[in-house]
Ligand binder design. Structure first.
Ligand code: GDP
Ligand code: IMO
Ligand code: MG
Length: 426
C-alpha cells in the first residue's frame, strides 16, 4: 500500500467489525513510522499474534509491537484512562518498550465511570448489545458540549468544581432511566488526580505530530475501529456504535486534512460476523453457524461474546467500498473456509419480491431482505501455508476472484492465519 506517492493509508473494517484490522495494521506497520487510532475507544478489540504471543489491543494502536513505530491515540477517540494504563502495564510486563513513543491527543474526550453506568442503564431501555464501555454516553457528552477532554484531566486543579455538575447530571439521568446506580463524585475527583498526572507526559497536539510526520516524508497508518456497518451515519442504525467508523472519520479523528490521505484499505472476512444486536442478512442457521464460529474462533476480543456468523455479503461490501472510498481490499480468514464442500456467497438481495441493489436505510427492511446466493465450490485443502496466490488451491483463487468481481475493488492482501507471516501480498 505504501510507496513514494502513498504515505498516508487508512485501514478500515468493511463489515461489522472484527475483520482482522489489528492483524493487517501490524503487518503494514512494518513499513510505517506512525500508527494512529482515530475513533472509538475501549469497545475495540484488535488482536495481534506475534510468534507464540497473542496481544489484544483495545485503545493502543496495533503498531505498538514494532519498536520503531510511534503510536498515537487521536482526538477522535474516547479514551478510558483507567483501562488505557492497564493496557500499558500489560504490554510493559510482556517486555514491550513503550516509553517515548506513545502519544495521546490533548483534545481527545475521556470516558469516566459515569459514562459506563449510563451505557448500562440505556441498555435496559434499548438493547443495542453494546460493549458496556461507556462509548455512546461519552460521544453524547462530546456532541452535547459537556464532555471531558484529556486537557481537562491534565489541568490538575479545580477538578471538583469541574466534575460536580457533570456527576450530578449523570445521576439525574440515571434516576430518570430508572437505574439504581449512582456515580460518586469523590471517586471521580480521585481518578482525575491520579490519572491526570499519568496522562500529562503523553498528552500533546497529536494532529500537529501527524502533520509534521507527513511533511517530513514519514509513513502514517490510520487504524480504524469497528466497521462500516457500525458507523453512526452509514451503519445499521440504531444498531451501530457512536462514531464515524468509515474512512471520512479518519481525517477528522486524526486531526489532519482529508487531502493528506492517499489510500483506504478495507478489511473484510472471507465470510461475515457481527456481535451485538441488529440485522445480519446472511446469518447462518443452526449447527452450521456453530461450525463456522468454532472454526473461526469467533468470540469477541473485548467481551468474549459469541459472534454471529454468516456468509460473505457482497451487497454489504460493495456499499462499504462506496461509503469508504476504498482503494483496495484485504480478505482475511480464508483458511477458516478450508473444510467446506460448498461456500455460499450472497450476490444481492430481494426485498418484498423485488431486486434490492443497496443496503436499505431502514433496519426493518434490512431484516426482511432475502439474500440471493451463488454457491461456489470449496477447496477442502489447507490454505494456511500459502504465501503467494499461486500457492492457493484453484477453487480458493476462484473464490477470491469472485469476491473481487462482486466488490469491484482489487484484493491487495489475503490473510490465511492469525500469524504475521500468514499473509499473501497480491
Ligand atoms: P479486529 O477487531 O478487526 O482487529 O479483529 P479481531 O482481532 O477482533 O478479530 C479477528 C480474529 O481473527 C483475531 O482473533 C485474529 O487473531 C484472527 N485472525 C485474523 N486474521 C486471520 C486469518 O487470516 N485467519 C484466522 N484463522 N484468524 C485470523
Ligand atoms: P473492533 O474494533 C465488533 C458493536 C457492539 C454493539 C455496537 C455498539 O474490534 O472491530 P458500543 O459499545 O460501541 O456502543 O456498541 O457496536 N461493537 C463492535 N463489534 N467489533 C468492534 O470493534 C465493536 N465495537 C463495538 O457489539 O453491537
Ligand atoms: Mg475486534
Amino acid at each position: 500500500m505504501f510507496d513514494r506517492k502513498h504515505n498516508c493509508i487508512v485501514v478500515v473494517g468493511a463489515q461489522w467489525g472484527d475483520e482482522g484490522k489489528g492483524k493487517l495494521v501490524d503487518v503494514l506497520a512494518e513499513q510505517a513510522d506512525v500508527v494512529v487510532r482515530y475513533q472509538g475507544g475501549a469497545n475495540a478489540g484488535h488482536t495481534v499474534v506475534v510468534g507464540e504471543r497473542q496481544v489484544v489491543l483495545h485503545q493502543i494502536p496495533s503498531g505498538i509491537l514494532h519498536p520503531r513505530v510511534r503510536c498515537v491515540v487521536g482526538n477522535g477517540v474516547v479514551l478510558d484512562p483507567e483501562t488505557f494504563f492497564g493496557e500499558i502495564k500489560e504490554l510493559t510486563a510482556q517486555g514491550i518498550e513503550i516509553a517515548g513513543r506513545l502519544f495521546v491527543s490533548d483534545r481527545a474526550h475521556v470516558v469516566l465511570p459515569y459514562h459506563k453506568l449510563l451505557d448500562q442503564a440505556s441498555e435496559m431501555q434499548q438493547q443495542i448489545g453494546t460493549t458496556g464501555r461507556g462509548i455512546g454516553p461519552a460521544y453524547e457528552d462530546k456532541i452535547g458540549r459537556r464532555g471531558v477532554r484529556v486537557t481537562d484531566l491534565c489541568r490538575g486543579r479545580g477538578a471538583r468544581e469541574f466534575l460536580e455538575p457533570r456527576v450530578e447530571r449523570a445521576n439525574g439521568m440515571l434516576r430518570l432511566m430508572g437505574s439504581p446506580a449512582t456515580a460518586d463524585l469523590d471517586e471521580h475527583v480521585e481518578l482525575f488526580g491520579r490519572l491526570g498526572a499519568k496522562l500529562r507526559p503523553l498528552a500533546t497536539d497529536t494532529g500537529l505530530l501527524v502533520h509534521r510526520a507527513l511533511r517530513s516524508g514519514q509513513r502514517v497508518l490510520l487504524e480504524g475501529a469497528q466497521g462500516a456497518l457500525l458507523d453512526v451515519d452509514h451503519g445499521t442504525y440504531p444498531f451501530v456504535t457512536s462514531s464515524n467508523t468509515t474512512a471520512g472519520g479518519a481525517a477528522v479523528g486524526a486531526g489532519i486534512g482529508p487531502t493528506e490521505i492517499d489510500g483506504v484499505l478495507g478489511v473484510v472476512k472471507a465470510y461475515t460476523t457481527r456481535v451485538g444486536n441488529g440485522p445480519l442478512p446472511t446469518e447462518v442457521a443452526g449447527d452450521l453457524q456453530a461450525q463456522l464460529r468454532d472454526l473461526g474462533g469467533e468470540f469477541g476480543a473485548t467481551t468474549g461474546r459469541p459472534r454471529r456468523c454468516g456468509w460473505f455479503d457482497a451487497t454489504v461490501v460493495r456499499y462499504s467500498v462506496r461509503v469508504n472510498g476504498l482503494t483496495g481490499l484485504a480478505v482475511t480468514k480464508l483458511d477458516v473456509l478450508d473444510t467446506f464442500e460448498e461456500i455460499p456467497v450472497c450476490v444481492g438481495y430481494r426485498l418484498d419480491g423485488s431486486e434490492c441493489a443497496e443496503v436499505p436505510s431502514d433496519v426493518e427492511a434490512l431484516d426482511r431482505v432475502e439474500p440471493v446466493y451463488e454457491v461456489l465450490p470449496g477447496w477442502q485443502r489447507t490454505t494456511a501455508t500459502a504465501r503467494r496466490l499461486a500457492d492457493l488451491p484453484p477453487a480458493a483463487r476462484a473464490y477470491l476472484d469472485r469476491l473481487e468481481d462482486l466488490a469491484g475493488q482489487p484484493i491487495r492482501f489475503v490473510s490465511v492465519g492469525t500469524r504475521r507471516d500468514q499473509i499473501i501480498e497480491v
